[in-house]
Structures are given as structure tokens and as C-alpha cells.
Ligand binder design. Sequence first.
Ligand code: FSO
Ligand code: SF4
Length: 547
Amino acid sequence: MFCFQCQESAGGTGCTIKGVCGKPHDVANLQDLLIYVLKGISFFSVGTELPEALDRRASVFIMDSLFATITNANFDRNVFVAKIREALALRDEVRRHWEEQRIGAAAELPDAAVWQADDEASFDAKATFVGVLATADPDIRSLRELLTYGLKGMAAYTYHALQLDHSNPQIDLFMRRALAATLDDSLTADDLVGLVMEAGKYGVEAMSLLDEANTGTYGHPEVTKVNIGVRNRPGILISGHDLKDLEELLQQTEGTGVDVYTHSEMLPAHYYPAFKKYDHFVGNYGNAWWLQTTEFAAFNGPILMTTNCIVPPKASYKDRMYTTGNTGFSGVRHIPEGPDGQPKDFSEIIAHAKRCEAPTELESGEIVGGFAHHTVTSIADQVVEAVKTGAIKRFFVMAGCDGRMKSRTYYTDFARELPRDTVILTAGCAKYKYNKLDLGDIGGIPRVLDAGQCNDSYSLAVIALKLKEIFGLEDINDLPISYNIAWYEQKAVIVLLALLYLGVKNIHLGPTLPAFLSPNVAKVLIEKFGIGGITTVEEDMKMFLGA
Ligand code: FSO
Ligand code: SF4
């Protein structure tokens, strides 16, 4: 195996024996093979007219498969074996249409378009040759992977939107075009940079689509105080990003005597009006994903993982863990899709909860959030006034991810050390590094404004564009906003590409720059966009504040 798609890649270069995330080498290889066959499907489908149902099936399959390979989502070998079989069948179905419509002499077909096998041993054997290292040139490899990881993040967001019946065929077509492009040896580094930028454009579209899906279905997030303590009844802890799963769980647990708590990236669900009517929707339990090995043990009840991030479960709670959607872990029970678009059946988890004790309290009190674009736009006058009077000197976008590296305490220290006339704009699980510090407010505006999940970074961009308009600025970079973003997995990659597409410059990314950026590709990002890393809190504070 060779995987370097996330921030925690071994030694800052790549995991080669087993993932730091816990991904076994065979699963890593099978994920590479699945992506390889997706490229074959994409090769045949670009420019080919497919019957509507097949076209839809291809789009959904590609989105679903890309998402399944994201860091920390699915560790189950059997899932990938099944998906590879499905991918091969789908590829050949698409190929038949490509053959019918092909004009002129056949060009040589790439191996990803023709390789065929059916048994697992052949999958395992082939998988070792089709991964990242199959591209020899380090810059082309870097750009192909940057593009692919952007697509994975994009696919996660379009998958969530699809759960709420929102889709955008243009995004789906781009995914195929971009995947097919990674097979094309005639493309130069400049061509690939162009595609990476285009991925940013479609990343904005994907986040906008999901924003429409979420707010159209559940209402606009409102400023909300979220309880971080517990009650004395048994509970179910729901983690990940999928609001539809949460909705169905809340409906099915109503009146059962079982409470529901959010974990990690599900916290922002409390901000949506649609979920406020549930009295048994108690609060948020615990912190960012990487602390789950201790916090899940203390929860005492069942835990439902709807998306990443899973840490390989400890024996103390493995039998209380459930996966659904695109998550999976061998030996952990999986809740399947409902039949014919019907809700999923969570009765097994509810029955399990009833046999469990109430959660052990980890902390008490409240945290506040719900500052997505609708809320912030509605208090825009107040914000603008605070900027004009100098009460707010600067905003710091500190969105992104949390992670287990010790060096991430930088973000807690940075938040604590920021001058009191600055405001943090956040989204994603990065917020757990400082959302329980009492950073106060500026004239009633909290100093940490949480927009929501990582996909709600879109809200931060909308807010920035709104402020640019109000202040009559030509350039988004003339706003008093600095970007000090933490990243972990591939959704953060698409968020970054989206910000670059929107013209945001001088983004600082930490705690380390991606291992998949070759020195030359990193140089392009630095020269063209002013991308930088982080150093020490003291030095960076001086750099950001120009002191
Ligand atoms: Fe990921 Fe980051 Fe949103 Fe966290 S981008 S790691 S668990 O913010 O989740 O998906
Ligand atoms: Fe390593 Fe990250 Fe890949 Fe897991 S996802 S194998 S930690 S680089």
C-alpha cells in the first residue's frame, strides 16, 4: 500500500504498512483498485450519450465509491470487493454504449478501461500496481492525487445532498471528466493545474448544493445554545455528517424513552429549526472524532456512525457501535438502506439503547453556534458597524479539521492568544480546539462564530462575499479576514480548492502541508495563491497582524 491522502500520513510522507488511521494494507489497495475502475467507467462515459437511468446510476455509483474511500469512513474489505465487482460490470455496460457511438479508428484503450477479473485474489494482486505510485513523475502524480482527493471531498458533499434529493448533473459530469483526465498521459502539469482549479469551481457548486439541500429541508441554522451535559436516560450517540440519518433516528426514537446525542461533526444539527421540536434531542456529547476511543466507552449506549471519522473501535464499545451509509468496519453491525427509498430501520439500535445505562457525564454547560450565512447576513449591520468603529479589527477563518497530532494544540493557543478585538469564523471539527474556551464577545457578537460542519465552510465564503459587497471592495482579499485553516482529510481538500477558486489568497494550512504536494506543486500554490504553513503562535500572530 501507499497512501498519503490525509494529514496524518506516516512520517509526513505516506503510509506503507498500515494506515495511521487504522486502514489495513489490503483495504488501502482495494480502495486504489476501486478508484482505478472508476477511471475506466469515466473514460467510456465522457462524451458518450447514456440512457438516462444508466447515466444516473453511473453518477451515483462514482459519487458513492469516491466517498467510501475517504479517510476514516470505511475499513471493510468486503465492501470494497463488492464495489469493485459492481464497478467492473458498470464499466462494461457503459462501454457498450461507447462502442456503439464511437466514430473513427479505435485508439489504444487504457488498462483501467479493459482490465478484467472476478476473483478476490486477482483483485488483491492487481491492486498493488494501480495506486498512487503507478504515476512515476512526482509532479503529475501530485496533481492527479490533488485532483482525486478534491473529487473525494466533492463526492461526500454531493452524496449528502442526494440523500435529500438534491443533485447537480454538471458536478457529476465534471467528476467523470476529471477522473478520466487522470488516465491521460498527454496532459501536462499545466493542464492538470487547470483541472484542479476547475475542481474548486465545482467544489463551490457542491457545497452550495448541499447548503440548499440542508437549509431547504431543515431550515436555516439559528443561533443556538447546545447542552454538553447528559440526562439520566439511555441514549444513542450519532456521529458523522448525514442529517437525513439523524432525522430518521429522531423520528424513530420519539416516545421510546431513549435520548439522542450528537457527536463531533453532527453537533451543528442542533442549529437547524427542524430538529428543535424533539425533546429527546438532548445535546452534544464529547469532542472531535479522534477522542472517540475514550468518549465512546463512557457513553454507555449505542453509537451510530453515519460518515467519517471512525477510529478502529476498542473492545469496550465495539459491540455498541453501528455503521450506516458509506461507513463500515469489519465486525461492526451495519444498518442498510431502507427498501425502495423508505427510511432506514434503526429499531435494533433503539432496542440496544434500552438495555444500556445512561451516558457518563464528561462535562456540563453549553456551547453556542448557528452562525451560518443566513444568521450572519441578518446581523450584517451590527457586524459592519463593529468593523467601522474598530470594535472588530480582524476576522480569522479557523475552519477545518481537528486531529490527534500533538502539534494541533497550536490552534487552541492561537485562539487564546488572539487579541480581543478579533473574531474567529469556524466550521468543521477544528472548532473543538477552542469552542469551549470562554473567549467572550464583542458588543454581543461571540468571538467564535460557528457556521456548522466542514461543508458549511461554504457559509464562511458567502459571508466574506457579502462583506466585500457591503464594503464596496474590488477584491475579497482586501477584507480584514485572515485564513488559518487546519486540515485532516479530503473534504478539507475540496474546501481549500473552493476557497482558491473564489480568489482567496494567503491561506495558511496546518498543522503540516499535505504530503501529496510535490515540491514543485507546492511552489505553484505558494507563488500563485500565497499558500503557507504555520510556524509558532507567536510568529504567526505577528505575521497575521502585521505587528
Ligand atoms: Fe472531515 Fe475535517 Fe467534516 Fe471533521 S473535513 S475531519 S470529523 O472536519 O469532519 O469531515
Ligand atoms: Fe495513512 Fe491517512 Fe491514508 Fe490512513 S488515510 S492510510 S492515515 S495517509
